[in-house]
Design a protein around this ligand. Structure first.
Ligand code: NAD
Length: 247
C-alpha cells in the first residue's frame, strides 16, 4: 500500500511508533524513524533488521523542538531519497500529576514534545511536500483529547491542541494536496501504559465495549490506511482507534 513512499515516524523506537514503522515497512515504504537517543534508535533498527534484513529503514535523534535540527535532517532525507511523502508526528509523553502538584516545567515538557514538536516538524516538512505536489501528515492524538482525563492535565491539553492543529492545517494545506489527519488511540498496550498505576487503567477498562485494551499493531493499521492513497479524500479527520472507549 505504500510502495515508493518515504515516511518519517517520530517516536518510532518503541510502542505505537515502532508498530507503525514495522507496518509501513511491511507495506514497502522506506522509513526514517526518529527517537530521543542514539542507543534507542540503533536498538530499534537492529530489532527490525533482525526481523527482516530487506527492511529499508534508517534513524535519527533530532531535537524535535529545534527547527534547524529538524530541517537539517529533513534535507538529508530529501538528498538521499528525493522526496518525503509521509510525516507521522507520534513522539509523546504522558503524566498523571494532580493539578496542585504540577510543576510549570513538567507542563512545558509535555506541551513541548506532544504539541510544539508536532508544530515544528509539520512546519519544516511543508516546503518539501509542496515541492512534491503532495504529502500526508498524521498526528498521534489520544482518546483523552475528546473526553479529558481525571489527572495529568497537560496531557489532554497537549492532545486537544494537536486536534486543533490537525483540523487547521488540513484547511490551510489542502490547496497543496497535503492531507492532515490525526489518530486518537485508546488505551494501548505500550510502555506508556505499563508505567501507569493500575488504579488509572482499571476504571478505563470498564468503559471499553470491546472489553480489552488495544495492541500497537491494531492502532498502526489505521496509520497505514490514512497514509495510503486509499485515504486520498480524507483530511482533517480525528480517527478514534479506541474500541469505542467512553462513547
Ligand atoms: P512510548 O512511551 O512507548 O513511546 C514514546 C515514543 O516517543 C518513544 O519512541 C520515545 O523515544 C519518543 N519520545 C518521548 N520523548 C521524546 C523526546 N523528548 N524527544 C523525542 N522522542 C521522544 O509511548 P506510546 O504508547 O507508544 O505512545 C506513542 C504516542 O501515542 C504518543 O504520542 C502517545 O501520547 C500516544 N498515545 C498512546 C496511548 C497509549 O495508551 N499507549 C493512548 C493514546 C495516545
Amino acid at each position: 500500500m505504500l510502495e515508493n513512499k518515504v515516511a518519517i515516524v517520530t517516536g518510532g523506537t518503541r510502542g505505537i511508533g515502532l508498530a507503525i514503522v514495522r507496518k509501513f515497512l511491511d507495506n514497502n515504504a522506506k522509513v526514517v524513524l526518529f527517537g530521543s537517543r542514539e542507543e534507542s534508535v540503533n536498538r530499534a533498527i537492529e530489532i527490525l533488521r533482525n526481523e527482516n534484513d530487506k527492511y529499508n529503514v534508517i534513524g535519527y535523534y533530532p531535537n524535535l523542538c529545534d527547527e534547524k535540527d529538524v530541517d537539517d535532517i529533513f534535507k538529508e532525507i530529501v538528498n538521499k531519497y528525493g522526496h518525503i511523502d509521509i510525516l507521522v508526528n507520534n513522539a509523546g509523553v504522558t503524566a498523571t500529576t494532580p493539578i496542585e502538584d504540577y510543576k510549570i516545567e513538567d507542563f512545558d515538557k509535555t506541551m513541548d514534545i506532544n504539541t510544539k514538536a508536532t508544530f515544528v516538524c509539520s512546519k519544516e516538512i511543508v516546503k518539501y511536500m509542496k515541492d512534491s505536489g503532495k504529502g500526508v501528515i498524521i498526528n498521534t492524538s489520544s482518546m483523552v483529547s475528546l473526553y479529558g482525563q481525571p489527572c495529568g492535565v497537560a496531557y489532554p491539553v497537549s492532545k486537544y491542541a494537536v486536534n486543533g492543529m490537525t483540523k487547521s492545517l488540513a484547511r490551510e494545506l489542502g490547496k497543496y494536496n497535503i492531507r492532515v489527519n490525526a489518530i486518537a488511540p485508546g488505551v494501548t498496550n505500550t510502555d506508556m501504559v505499563a508505567n501507569l498505576d493500575e488504579k488509572y487503567i482499571e476504571p478505563l477498562l470498564k468503559t471499553i465495549p470491546l472489553g480489552r485494551i488495544g495492541e500497537p499493531e491494531e492502532v498502526a493499521n489505521a496509520y497505514v490506511f490514512l497514509a495510503s492513497d486509499l485515504a486520498s479524500y480524507i483530511t482533517g479527520a480525528i480517527l478514534q482507534v479506541d474500541g469505542a472507549a467512553m462513547n
